[in-house]
Design a binder for this molecule. Structure first.
Ligand code: AMP
Length: 300
């Protein structure tokens, strides 16, 4: 079944202990779609600016990502994010954000994409997430993401997003910031109270936790010796997670747990290089091989 992602496409400046890169391809929807497209047909609804290179568009198209919902603004620049990481790679610091095209955009979902059964609302303003959601007819499963900026700037909008979607995927710091709960089990419970039937809390190199249907499931991260850049790991996790569910066409508890494995694997590729560097070599075969290796690693 097909998958639709709505979110940001960005220029990123990133600094980690391994080095730095400027104006590389980033954005929540970019990382998500790049990951999910390994498993299932994925359409992207997003906006870029006048400064966005045709070469980046070609890379997305060559990956098989549907771009009929990607708009180019004639008079504004692409969303820009500058972030850095210290020795603790689980903590991203936002050094600058220029909303540019995202500040005034009202997303339009093309008619042919409005029946998408699986939808992910990746990071973008809650108002834009709601505007996109309004145009999608009865999706089977909608998950969403958010981050510190939107929790600070538009909590009421975000709470409406949570009420109107089936689930949320957040990192542990965002879950704590949003719920005010330090303990992750309590934070998951609070997310359920806020309307998320499915709550996924990602903990970087410490793995991820799923809470749904009154049950919990915890998975470690795939062990990576040289984490180069964790940017986009959360979106890549979500791309693998939703990609798996769309591939099998099921949201059963068993498949939600399998989807946690798929998300863990796609995220592990993401962190091995800056931007989409390693992900460009992520084929279905490479995914399957690491998936099998991870299953072996998990069995006692
Ligand atoms: P992650 O590391 O998974 O949280 O995702 C980082 C990506 O999200 C980067 O490529 C950024 O361009 C993008 N991003 C950062 N802040 C925002 C924001 N406020 N809204 C939308 N996208 C963002």
């Amino acid at each position: 079944m097909s998958l639709l992602v709505f979110g940001s496409v960005a220029f990123d400046d990133v600094r980690t202990p391994s080095g730095s890169r400027e104006r590389v391809l980033g954005g929540s929807a970019t990382y998500f779609a790049w990951s999910s497209a390994t498993l299932v047909a994925t359409d992207l609804v997003a906006i870029v600016g006048r400064d966005f290179p045709d070469g980046f568009l070609r890379e997305l198209r060559d990956r098989g990502i549907g771009l009929s919902g990607l708009v180019r603004a004639a008079a504004q620049d692409t969303f820009y994010w500058k972030g850095s990481y210290g020795e603790d790679l689980n903590v991203a610091r936002t050094d600058a954000v220029h909303l540019n095209v995202l500040a005034t955009w009202k997303p339009q979902v093309p008619a042919e994409l409005r029946a998408a059964p699986f939808v992910f609302l990746a990071n973008d303003s809650p108002q834009n997430q709601l505007h996109a959601l309004d145009q999608i007819a009865r999706p089977r499963l909608v998950l969403c993401d958010t981050r510190d900026l939107w929790i600070q700037q538009d909590r009421p909008g975000l709470q409406e997003v949570l009420r109107r979607t089936d689930g949320v995927a957040l990192n542990d710091a965002e879950a704590r910031q949003l719920t005010g709960e330090r303990n992750l089990l309590r934070a998951a419970r609070r997310l359920h109270e806020l309307g998320s039937r499915i709550a996924i809390i990602k903990k970087g190199e410490h793995g991820a936790f799923l809470s749904a249907e009154g049950r919990g499931y915890a998975l470690p991260a795939y062990p990576i010796e040289d984490v180069v850049d964790p940017t986009g790991a959360g979106d890549s996790f979500a791309g693998g997670f939703m990609g798996h569910l769309a591939l099998v066409g099921s949201t059963s508890w068993f498949q939600l747990k399998q989807a946690m494995l798929a998300g863990t694997i796609t995220a592990s590729f993401c962190v091995e290089d800056f931007s989409l560097g390693r992900m460009k070599m992520l084929t279905r075969d490479a995914f399957d091989a690491r998936y099998d290796e991870f299953r072996a690693y998990l069995s006692p």
